[in-house]
Design a protein around this ligand. Structure first.
Ligand SMILES: C[S@@+](CC[C@H](N)C(=O)[O-])C[C@H]1O[C@@H](n2cnc3c(N)ncnc32)[C@H](O)[C@@H]1O
Length: 733
């Protein structure tokens, strides 16, 4: 089974009656939905049948159709998690409306055109009552269902003809389709149970829109990344004018006050601009759409072989943006409408990134031996790993060189190796895979993504975040720089000869240090996993599933180590000095004296700092307030400067790293700053709602960065000069 998640397939999409709806093709379509998908868009959603399938598959779904009446279906079936229409709602909907006199549009326009006066009055009356329903979901639901009932009543399900009343009087036809002669309310009541049962919550925040996709898509992509876009545009030259076919549904939904109603069918005028329904616009619109969608890795596009441009022409256009494969399905029986004529072909364009190396910089292809890369990696000369496909291959293989993972890779690609030891297998595999470089990168990428997905599903993000919220104070309980055992030995073991004195130190000091160490490390460990999870779920990121030192993941094929950090105190001090200011503590002490605030010079500078700040806050007079505000303002100025010129901070972070943990890997720093209270910045590590959009926006835009700009050179103590690629994502609150 391709999808693990079939739990929502007990819900059923109510059969639509819409030109070009993909309802009957969903089983065929589902085969082409790629794995590792989380976020999706149905860009031309129409009846919402594909959006519903995507919701059933557990994805986050953005759905859109530029016509409002389709958006009402989207709101009620895709976005809506739980609101349905109950008895009380029906009473409101069908009551004699207090607003009836202001709602006469349908009666005046359509009486005796599609239905008799009494039915037109019924429709106006319901429309007047919709506003009294409890919430927007119920309102959308009612509109969608009335529109659907209308389609049922009218021959062929659309309003592009005026035969409905004639057919309703034709006994033979009514025998075949009794709905022609039934009151709309009866049809509505028949449909209602199926619609109510179709509502479910797939655990995602789904959203329905009603805009021209060319306007909407850039806005969505600015906010977040999308893994799959489904495109089902009108098939130009083949029943493409949806506004004429469904004008009544749109008029009922919008209840236009500012339109002209023209010709026999009383279609509204002016129409909305589509860009995809007229020959003169369609080619340019496709180019624009593909251009915007380029950063979305997977596209599926439905089409028909009787449309303009031809399948071949459209393939050629897509090829400028993506790798494309075309599959077809021949219609046996024409169901009428949009191209589904017997003998015509339904076409699906399956589009993926053109190459694994869909990147904005040049890769070198200089082949080097296995040991060459091994040596560079071990001696921290990692700059040669950037921009070289063989070096990247070496790193990717290293990241899967764990017994189980490697076996999986070999089995799934039908490779067999002569060597038995893991290190020897690593070397042998490098030799094998370097022969067909691009194809084997693709194999590794596909494997790593699938492997990552199976690892990621084990993480219950929500539960973990909620556990992290149990930590109220972030206090290491001692200044032991991550080396608790050394701290304990130096501070207690070697200092005290007397057993009882040592014992007495537990309650007062040692317990606090151990507890602080455990809780702070626990918090850092699990929050890092959550943060990495955000990165690893993004389509631009290829994780190192087997965990290797110096590389957490590749972003667009650039290897990076992720470091989550805050604006470091030493950096603030350095910047203050450059501004000709004293260190913060010196300044505070002076001000405290001026304010005649007493304080102790503690063993730990932090404690002294804390005491003065708290006392100043307690005093709360103009002088103390100004002092604290001034210190804060300088920090904010430093932050602002460094956001403009992050290299200064990057340099500092590389040069100030601890000797024991030194390396010169490419680093992506996530710098978290609570601008209201810098000391509370640790809390941002668990604030997924703030972190996720910031990280995703950064990754969405990574493709347009000039990678050469990320180059940084730094000196490290007596080790010499190093070069790396590095960048900062600032997350501020
Ligand atoms: C082929 S239908 C989609 C059918 C749909 N996949 C289904 O299963 O019902 C095309 C849809 O595109 C919508 N449309 C046309 N131009 C659009 C545009 N520029 N932006 C968004 N939607 C548009 C039309 O209203 C129509 O519902």
């Amino acid at each position: 089974m391709l999808f693990k998640n079939y739990q929502y397939f007990a819900y059923e999409f109510p059969e639509p009656q819409y030109l070009g709806a993909k309802y009957t093709l969903l089983k065929w379509l589902i085969k082409y939905i790629p794995p590792n998908i989380h976020t999706t868009i149905d860009a031309f959603a129409g009846s919402q049948s594909v959006a519903y399938l995507l919701k059933q598959l557990g994805f986050q779904v953005f759905t859109n159709d530029f016509l409002q009446f389709n958006h009402q279906i989207g709101k009620s079936l895709i976005e809506n998690k739980k609101h349905f229409l109950d008895k009380q709602d029906l009473e409101i909907l069908f009551q004699n409306s207090p607003q009836k006199n202001s709602f006469t549009l349908i009666e005046s326009l359509y009486t005796d055109l599609f239905f008799e006066k009494e039915q037109a009055i019924f429709l106006d009356n319901c429309r007047a009552n919709i506003q009294f329903l409890e919430n927007d979901y119920k309102k959308s639901f009612a509109i969608a269902l009335i529109n659907r009932s209308l389609q049922r009543k009218i021959t062929m399900g659309h309003f592009g003809h005026t035969q409905a009343l004639v057919y309703a009087g034709d006994k033979e036809r009514v025998k075949r389709n009794p709905n022609l002669a039934r009151p709309i309310q009866d049809i509505f009541m028949d449909l209602l149970p199926r619609y109510n049962k179709a509502i479910f919550d797939n655990g995602q925040e789904n959203k329905s829109f009603s805009e021209n996709i060319l306007d909407l898509l850039p806005k969505i992509l600015k906010e977040q990344s999308i893994d799959l876009i489904y495109l089902d545009p009108p098939y130009c030259d083949s029943h493409a004018d949806y506004q004429s076919f469904y004008h009544l549904a749109e008029t009922y939904t919008e209840y236009w006050q500012d339109k002209q109603f023209i010709n026999g069918i009383k279609r509204y005028e002016p129409q909305k601009f589509s860009g995809f329904d007229k020959k003169k616009d369609v080619i340019q619109s496709f180019h624009t759409l593909f251009e915007i969608s380029q950063e979305i890795p997977n596209w599926l596009m439905s089409y028909n072989d009787r449309s303009f441009p031809t399948v071949q022409d459209l393939t050629d256009i897509i090829k400028q943006y993506k790798k494309v494969e075309v599959v077809t399905k021949t219609y046996q029986n024409g169901r009428g409408g949009k191209g589904s004529v017997a003998g015509s072909q339904e076409v699906l364009f399956i589009c993926n990134p053109k190459s694994v190396f869909n990147i904005s910089f040049q890769m070198k292809n200089e082949k080097e031996s296995f040991n060459h890369w091994k040596n560079l990696y071990e001696t921290d000369h990692l700059e040669d790993f950037n921009f070289n496909l063989y070096a990247l291959l070496w790193l990717k293989i290293k990241s899967i060189t764990r017994k189980e993972i490697l076996d999986n890779f070999l089995n799934s690609n039908n490779f067999s190796l002569k060597e038995k030891g893991l290190n020897q297998q690593f070397e042998e595999l490098y030799g094998v895979l370097s022969d067909n470089l691009e194809q084997n990168h693709q194999k590794l990428n596909d494997f790593i993504r699938t492997e990552n997905q199976s690892q990621e599903t084990i993480l219950d993000t929500e539960k973990l975040v909620s556990e992290l919220y149990k930590l109220r104070h972030f206090d290491w309980g001692g200044d032991y720089k991550n080396q608790l055992d050394k701290f304990l030995v130096d501070r207690y073991v070697k200092v005290y000869q007397n057993y009882d004195v040592l014992l007495s130190k537990f309650d007062a000091e040692i317990n606090r240090a151990v507890q602080g160490y455990v809780f702070c490390s626990w918090y850092n460990h699990w929050s890092s996993i959550l943060i990495e999870h955000i990165f690893k779920s993004h389509s631009a990121v290829l994780p190192t599933v087997g965990q290797i030192k110096k590389v957490d993941f590749f972003v667009n094929e650039v290897p990076f180590d992720l470091k989550v950090t805050y604006l470091p105190a030493n950096f603030i001090e350095k910047q203050r000095k450059l501004k000709g200011l004293k260190p913060e503590l010196t300044e505070l002490k002076q001000k405290a004296k001026q304010a005649q605030l007493s304080f102790t010079n503690h063993h730990k500078a932090d404690d002294t700092y804390y005491e003065i700040v708290e006392k100043m806050k307690d005093r709360n007079d103009v002088f103390c307030k100004e002092t604290l505000q001034n210190i804060k303002q300088i920090r904010l100025d430093i932050l602002k400067d460094v956001q403009k010129n992050p290299k200064v901070l990057i340099q500092n972070l590389y040069e100030e790293q601890g000797e024991l943990r030194f390396d010169a890997s490419n680093r992506l720093f996530l710098v978290l700053v609570d601008t209201e209270d810098f000391d509370n910045s640790w809390k941002l590590k668990r604030n997924m709602e703030l972190l996720r959009p910031n990280i995703e926006t950064y990754l969405n835009n990574f493709g347009s960065k000039n990678i050469a700009d990320l180059k940084i050179t730094f000196d490290y103590k007596n080790k010499g000069q190093f070069t790396a690629l590095s960048d900062i994502i600032f997350v501020t609150k």
